[in-house]
Design a protein around this ligand. Structure first.
Ligand code: NAD
Ligand code: UGA
Length: 454
């Protein structure tokens, strides 16, 4: 069997590497139009940082895992074609700022129809609005020289930073397809690939629309939990309750459960906001404005939480941060990834710069250039933004430290040494609740967390 995946990003690369690792008899080729990205996948420095990924790629690459820019050639050869291209929020025209931009999906469907010389199973791996399979079917059917295509939905639930773990032992694999003999056969062909390492009872099959919708709903529910606990963190700040104690107390209820209740500076990442906006746009398109408003509030609360953090820093520093150095520790949207898309750090840096602070950022995995482009935009310079090579350099001479990403190394810094090099009073704002506030206060810091008693 030959499998190809169009899109060599955070999803296409790791998922295909795992399939190749677990199925040595299947040839898996990941293709992308971005030649630089493909070259990186073929090098010793992979284009994405993900714990355990290097090992998996090393084992399979050159054996039955390949990375190539030959999209047309791989379409011809493959029995199953995964589509893992980006589906960003539309920035123009109808639905701008909310609807998913499906131009990459459509372009891939047209490319498949153009180059396929036999019938194929097309698998939607990208996150897309409900009914996208209909559009793909219509495009390939009207351009396909009579070949029979089956379209399946197989959304990806991996989280960055734990992708290899999530792919090795997924909670579930979801496959949606048409309940016709051809559809059932395609579902079974894909299920039998995953069944090499995923127990059959974790492989769920549904109709196409349930599968497409479940992906948006899963992300909406996850993001909703974070906004819920973040809303409570504000109440904790106001009352002296401790948000971690509250999360622990409610999480013991098995109906609520303990996971995904960590209050923070706000969720980031390429998907939560994009997928909720996509869901709310869908609701509005189907005449359900009340449902749209309900889910929209999850994003609204998150925006507020991000701005609340920066505002709090300014207020604590006697209502002015102008010309004060502020160390921002962490820039990635979560630990163990170099991905910065929609990271709360971007908002925090911009808010502080708009107050004329001197912002000095350190992140162990994100390159300096990328931090500057994310905060300022391409080609824009601002002398107030600098990038440090380690946390100590970032904090030297800073009036305040803001922990924005929960990298483990920030838990074990020599804070006494850092304190000695800061003007007093020295402030620390823990946007992830990872450091011991009592110990820091003992050193002399004016230290606060999110939803933590003063
Ligand atoms: P990405 O931007 O990292 O990668 C997408 C790749 O597709 C890019 O390298 C791009 O060059 C390529 N591409 C676009 N159009 C192409 C075309 N016509 N031909 C060849 N290559 C093309 O995106 P990602 O983070 O991997 O996300 C992909 C999809 O998976 C999105 O729909 C996303 O919502 C979904 N998803 C992402 C995650 C995640 O953790 N990042 C998790 C689950 C689902
Ligand atoms: C999320 C989902 O967890 C995946 O299941 C999904 O496949 C993926 O989106 C996607 O569709 O792209 P990801 O965004 O990679 O994965 O990472 P998460 O662990 O979900 O974290 C998202 C954001 O929420 C991060 O900024 C994280 O720091 C924040 N978060 C997470 C909290 O603030 N509190 C928590 O309790 C959990």
């Amino acid at each position: 069997m030959n499998i190809c995946c169009i899109g060599a990003g955070y999803v296409g690369g790791p998922t295909m590497a795992m399939i190749a690792l677990k199925c040595p008899d299947i040839t898996v080729t990941v293709v992308d139009m971005n030649a630089g990205r493909i070259a990186a996948w073929n090098s010793d420095k992979l284009p994405i940082f993900e714990p355990g990924l290097d090992d998996v790629v090393k084992q399979a690459r050159g054996r039955n895992l390949f990375f190539s820019t030959d999209v047309a050639g791989q379409i011809k050869k493959s029995d199953i074609i995964f589509v893992a291209v980006n589906t960003p929020t539309k920035t123009y025209g109808v639905g701008a700022g909310r609807a998913a931009d499906l131009r990459y999906i459509e372009s891939v469907a047209r490319t498949i129809a153009e180059h396929a010389e036999s019938g194929k199973i097309i698998v939607e791996k990208s996150t897309i609005p409900v009914k996208t399979a209909d559009a793909i079917k219509a495009i390939v059917a009207s351009n396909s020289k009579g070949h029979k295509f089956e379209v399946l939905s197989n959304p990806e639930f991996l989280a960055e930073g734990t992708a290899i773990q999530d792919l090795t032992a997924p909670d579930r694999v979801l496959i949606g397809g048409e309940r016709t003999p051809g559809g059932e056969k395609a579902i079974e062909a894909l299920a039998s690939v995953y069944a090499r390492w995923v127990p059959r009872d974790r492989i769920i099959t549904t109709n196409l629309w349930s599968s497409e919708l479940s992906k948006l709903v899963a992300n909406a529910f996850l993001a909703q939990r974070i906004s819920s606990i973040n809303s409570i963190s504000a109440l904790c700040d106001a009352t002296g309750a401790d948000v971690d104690e509250v999360a622990n107390a409610i999480g013991k209820d098995s109906r609520i459960g303990p996971k995904f209740l960590k209050a923070s500076v706000g969720f980031g990442g390429s998907c939560f906001q994009k997928d909720i906006l996509n869901l709310t746009y869908l609701c509005e398109s189907f005449g359900l404005p009340e449902v749209a408003a309900y889910w929209n509030s999850v994003v609204g609360l998150n925006d507020w939480q991000k701005s609340r953090f920066a505002a709090r820093i300014v207020k604590a520093l006697f209502n002015t941060v102008a010309d004060k150095k502020i160390a921002v520790l962490g820039f990635a949207f979560k630990k163990d990834t170099n991905d910065t898309r929609e990271s709360a750090a971007i908002n925090v840096c911009r808010d502080l710069l708009s107050e004329h602070a001197k912002v000095c950022v350190y992140d162990p995995k994100v390159p300096a250039d990328e931090i500057k482009v994310d905060v300022l935009g391409k080609g824009v310079e601002n002398a107030r933004l600098s990038i440090a090579k380690d946390a100590y350099e970032a904090c030297a001479g800073a009036h305040a430290i803001a922990i924005v990403t929960e990298w483990d190394e920030f838990k074990t810094l020599d804070y006494a040494k850092i304190y000695a090099g800061m003007p007093k009073p020295a402030f620390l704002f823990d946007g992830r609740n990872i450091v011991n506030l009592a110990a820091l206060r003992q050193i002399g810091f004016t230290a606060s967390g999110i939803g933590k008693p003063a």
